[in-house]
Design a protein around this ligand. Sequence first.
Ligand code: B12
Ligand code: SF4
Length: 464
Amino acid sequence: MSSITLIALPPRGLGSGVKAPSAALGHIVPTLTKDNIKAVCYDMNIDIFEDKGAEWYERALTWGETFGEVESEIEPEFIEYLKSYITEIKTEWVGISVFSVNSEYIVPIVCKHIRNLSNAKIVAGGYGCNPKIGPKWKQEGLIDHYILGEGEGSLNSLILGEKHNSIDGIERHEVENLDELPIPDYSLFVRGNNKKRDFTITASRGCVRKCTFCNVPNIFPKFRWKKGEKIAEEMIDIIHKYNPDNILFSDSLINGNMKEFRKWTRLMTEYYDKNPDVRIVPWAAQFICRNSNAMSKEDFDYIKRSGCFNLQIGIESGSESVREHMGKKFNDKDMYYTLGELAERNIDVVLLMIVGYPTETEQDHEDTVTFLENVNDWFGHKSKFIVNLNVMKLLSNTHIIHQAELYKWNKKQTDFISVLGTDWIDRKDRFFELYELIELSKNLIQAHPNPEKYKMLKKYDRVV
Ligand code: B12
Ligand code: SF4
């Protein structure tokens, strides 16, 4: 029987990053078991957090994120920890799950440790493994193979010796029909990470929007979704198996496909109504504002009754014109309608905000200030509003970076000069705007940036 040890690398971040076991492993495992491939799983995030505590985890996070430049004294301690954490490899394969670019620094350290322990073949995958870094790791002998895109099916092919375009190539694998995927399995973590936790469900992959600043349309070119019945089935399965604290959706937008969203929120409401002994498990997800024709008040009732407690909404800016340029496709009226309906039902909202979008004028910035200063009063203090402020960054695989005729930027991608906005929106100004917003939104709960970490990263001149 073929076998693989799957390791989810840090850092994934505090909060859900250390509370919910790796969704990647949870999703890949049952497809492997279906092919009779035995899997053993490690989630380094949860385990480090439990073994070393929150403060150490956060310092290690900064060490990884800054590629060893800040908190560098953590490195020997991390290596020591790794030696006591993974002491033997009994499988013929090791799969490392590289959650994001921020895990790049950890990959060589973990791979060298595995090479010292065994002759297992190593394969890397996950969003932190891209067409540039995968071949580099392979060439350096750190890994034997890399797989781009989704691991369901592609990893089976590698282990079973079958050809697959996503192995050691440039093509990303995307599962065509999400309804054919087995129910996620979180039972194979060596440290029993399946107890008293949050669990992730993926109801769709990709996105129905194509916002100019976002890399999702490029990462997942095709929007794919599961049927409402399948989503409800997965939720009920997770509730019965693990009695989770919360269910988290990994979707870009949980209400991307309204038809299926409506279906599963109704099915879950009916399920709870019919089974009054079952605890209603709170769920959270990313969400988009829609108008009242697309989402009725009844839809909001089912959102609440199916257990929703928190929605993260990419409001991005208080200015309608900035949002329009971004391609968010909702106006102020839709936004007030959505936030109002959520407030009526006491559902908490994380406001994801971008500071210094290239077309942002001073007036646009003022609109954001007004929004953040008043949002609690406007909606009667019924929902908790949590603000997540980020400085605009130009990501490489986005629509906006290709609009060279509109924007000029210097060699540092994070510095750009807008010819559409007021005068300049350079890096310093954007930071100034960020500080101002942090100050002015003190009436709100601040999710990001964490002031202490922000100081550290500022020192390093790197912005998250
Ligand atoms: C939920 C989420 C989070 C949660 C994670 C909670 C948790 N417990 O896992 C939180 C909020 C903590 C988080 C944090 C961050 N995130 Co995030 N996150 C997501 C999100 C929305 C879903 C991830 C998920 O669960 N997907 C579902 C699972 C099933 O998919 P998966 O993990 O990608 O795994 C699949 C494949 O990647 C592959 N795969 C994975 N591992 C392996 C291993 C092998 C061997 C193989 C073959 C295949 C394989 O197969 C899996 C199954 O299909 C994605 C966007 C998205 N929609 O996917 C962004 C995303 C992964 N995050 C991203 C980023 C950048 C971050 C942060 C760095 C943000 C930041 N600046 O702080 C941090 C990371 C921590 C840090 N500070 O360093 C980027 C990564 C891009 C990149 N190229 O690196 C994404 C893609 C968002 C984006 N559009 O840019 N995130
Ligand atoms: S910002 Fe959100 S809504 Fe827009 S494309 Fe990205 S994931 Fe979709």
